[in-house]
Design a protein around this ligand. Structure first.
Ligand SMILES: [Zn+2]
Length: 302
């Protein structure tokens, strides 16, 4: 069984063919050009599928930024990162053109399912994924399924309020978790307190490793913000495992700090929780999208 996977992010569209064992091959990556808008993006997706069509693709699985109606395979809401993506009927458009069964899922949920089946959370049935980047994304996996809530939008961990009356957030609220614990927040803290400019998350850790104690202190404070959210999530969900994603969690310093501090900050009966790094990196979304297609077709189970 061959699934064509597409992972549509704000910066790149990643593609690949995935089989039921989780092998990914014939991969590709092209810029999303999100600023050109949803219609241009949809046409590009159709072109890509056309290019893969001769490779005997049985199913299509799509992971995309934005809130997704998984029943209709359309976008309920996307931010202005991809203008005009809201309302796009991805599944209908693809199935009408190519007659290949297609499934669409939100990118954070897809990555969580990818980790559940093929990666860090293999064998776990109930766990959380938290991804740290520009914002903070979350997914709740309960008994092998994404927990969606009443209207499909559960798991917005980035907008838990951790500071009443605190920093303004992109959601329009104040004091949200991601205004303090995202990579954007870390970079802003470092730039504000040191006067450095034009740095990335990777630069911040490199500067600390070069011996900059001020930057280390800023990172420690940021990790305490990260921990504050995780502690709340653990107390709400009592998960067996939390999978942490995003490049900053590939830094040994981050994951070690979180592991060595988390147990003392949660109540004793919650301490069995395992803190794991996401394993699949760039392929998590593709693998999750492929899993959804394979599961819906009855080929594999979690
Ligand atoms: Zn917010």
């Amino acid at each position: 069984m061959k699934v064509l996977g597409l992972d549509i992010g704000g910066t790149y569209i990643k593609t690949g063919i995935i089989d039921e064992t989780g092998r990914v091959y014939e991969t590709g990556e092209i810029p999303t050009n999100a600023h050109l808008g949803g219609q241009v993006l949809m046409n590009r997706i159709l072109e890509i599928i056309g290019e893969y069509k001769d490779k005997d693709v049985n199913l299509i699985g799509i992971s995309t930024a934005g809130q997704v109606d998984v029943k209709t395979g359309s976008i309920i809401h996307a931010t202005d990162n991809i203008p005009g993506w809201t309302g796009m009927e991805i599944k209908r458009i693809i199935e009408e053109k190519f007659n290949i069964p297609t499934w669409v899922e939100n990118d954070v949920n897809a990555a969580a399912l990818g980790e559940a089946v093929f990666g860090a959370a293999k064998g776990e049935k109930s766990f959380l994924c938290v991804t740290y980047g520009t914002g903070i994304g979350g997914a709740i996996v309960e008994n092998g399924e994404i927990y969606r809530g009443a209207y499909g939008s559960a798991g917005e961990f980035g907008h838990i309020i951790t500071h009443v009356g605190g920093r303004a957030c992109t959601c329009g609220g104040n004091g949200c978790y991601e205004a303090y614990a995202s990579v954007t927040a870390l970079i802003n803290d470092v730039m504000k307190q040191t006067g450095m400019t034009g740095i990335t998350g990777r630069d911040v850790f490199r500067i600390m490793e070069e011996g900059n104690r001020d930057v280390q202190k800023i990172i420690d404070n940021w990790l305490d913000e990260v921990l504050a959210g995780l502690v709340s999530l653990i107390h709400i969900f009592n998960p067996s495992c939390i999978v942490l994603g995003g490049g900053v969690m590939n830094q040994d310093y981050s994951i070690e700090y979180i592991r060595s501090n988390i147990k003392s900050r949660i109540m004793q009966n919650y301490r069995k929780v395992a803190v794991k790094k996401a394993l699949l990196g760039n392929h998590a979304g593709l693998l999750g999208a492929a899993f959804i297609a394979l599961k819906a077709s009855g080929v594999i189970e979690i």
